[in-house]
Design a protein around this ligand. Structure first.
Ligand code: COS
Length: 378
């Protein structure tokens, strides 16, 4: 068994770490406090190839593989989890357009996503009453003489205010998962309304909005993938997306561990650094052990995906463990910092708030357990 990283993977990790620490980390607090969408930071990441890490060079991607993508996500998330979620969803959108789109669809959108011309891409699956059960969606796509008309609502759409392209799922046929198709909708499409952004606990520099499609007219060419085949595209995309969120959780946990370690060495009580106390040492030891286990699960899922092997169960296990353990690690980091950890003066309260959503989006922990159990029992 070989745990070493390739030269390309190391290079991507180094480039992501350098940019994240030099440019993104110093602004993360302000971005979060003022709820500023990190446009300049995302464009900078695009210039480094981070918006298409696993995409072909012919379409503007870095073609560096899935492990490299996970490593880059971890570095960006350690600096700013809001920037990282935008990066994750944009990479996911680029990947599914590359995988399921026609050559014309891929050539139109993927280079723009990779270059930062589209500062983000959005994934519009969830609805106000269909999150864990996307097969229950109500948005409809009706055939017209010139193409398609979309009507309905989507909810929790990451980067919706800034996306250049949206992948949108809608019902074109029978109830259930087989009557769903997928469409590419460009920003500014007539009949697409972007709602008010959500006032969230964490990830305050990422935009999360509802979308309304009110007689949104689309050309014939907007249909993406086979008619009635949309649900499987969504499931395939989410398998990969879960590696992105697991990586994000690892990044947040690693930042929390670093902050707690630094503080424990500096802060003195009873005439010695608090790092001398076993109570603190055991917390740091548990945090590091959980983080390494989360990274191992995440990189295994990324490695399998990169080799073209089945990885649904491993991606769900990585997402489940990395997100749950990230929350435990961030809770402990706040505990190590005591009262200071509870204030905006130190970043650990932001890490804790940003960590919270990782057990919810791209499939709750309960959904991950369902996926894992089904694949064990299959
Ligand atoms: N990859 C490819 N195809 C898949 C798949 C996967 N990972 N998982 C399921 N499918 C296919 C199935 O094979 C089935 O195909 P057929 O129609 O040919 O039989 C079809 O999709 C329907 O699958 P299933 O019957 O298992 O669908 P369910 O409605 O029971 O849903 C879960 C399964 C719960 C796994 C799914 O709804 C899910 O992942 N929900 C969470 C969604 C989510 O993450 N939401 C957050 C959105 S991002 S904020």
């Amino acid at each position: 068994m070989d745990f070493s990283l390739s030269e390309t993977e190391l290079e991507v990790q180094r480039a992501a770490r350098a940019y994240a620490q030099r440019v993104i980390a110093p602004r993360a607090h302000e971005l979060s406090e003022r709820e500023l969408f990190p446009v300049a930071e995302l464009r900078g990441l695009a210039e480094l190839g981070m918006m298409g890490v696993n995409l072909p060079a012919a379409l503007g991607g870095a073609e560096a593989g899935v492990v490299a993508y996970s490593l880059a996500m971890q570095e960006v998330a350690a600096a700013c989890a809001s920037t990282a979620v935008t990066m994750s969803v944009t990479n996911m959108v680029g990947e599914i357009i590359t995988k399921f789109g026609t050559p014309a669809q891929a050539e139109r959108h993927v280079p723009r996503l990779c270059s930062g011309e589209h500062v983000a891409g959005s994934f519009a699956l969830s609805e106000p009453e269909a999150g864990s059960d996307p097969g229950g969606m109500r948005t409809t796509a009706t055939k017209t003489s010139s193409g398609w008309r979309l009507d309905g609502q989507k909810q929790w759409i990451t980067s919706g205010t800034h996306a250049g392209v949206f992948v949108v799922w809608a019902r074109t046929g029978e109830p259930g998962t087989r009557g769903i198709s997928c469409f590419l909708v460009e920003a500014g499409a007539p009949g697409l309304k972007i709602g008010k952004h959500e006032d969230k606990l964490g990830l305050r520099a990422s935009s999360t909005v509802p979308l309304t499609f009110d007689g949104c007219e689309l050309p014939e060419s907007a249909l993406f993938g086979p008619l009635g085949g949309g649900f499987k595209i969504a499931m395939t995309a989410l398998d990969g997306g879960r590696i992105g969120i697991a990586s994000q959780a690892c990044g947040i946990a690693s930042a929390a561990l670093s902050a707690a370690t630094e503080y424990a060495k500096d802060r003195r009580a009873f005439d010695r650094p608090i790092a001398d106390f076993q109570a603190i040492q055991w917390m740091l030891a548990d945090m590091r052990t959980e983080l390494d286990a989360a990274r191992a699960l995440t990189l295994r899922a990324a490695w399998l995906k990169g080799r073209g092997q089945p990885f649904s169960r491993e991606a769900s296990m990585a997402k489940l463990f990395a997100s749950e353990s990230c929350n435990r690690v961030c809770q402990k980091a706040v505990q190590v910092l005591g009262g200071y950890g509870y204030t905006r003066e130190f970043p650990v309260e932001r890490y804790l708030r940003d960590a919270r959503v990782t057990t919810i989006y791209e499939g709750t922990s309960e959904i991950q357990r369902t996926v894992i159990a089904r694949l064990i029992l299959a």
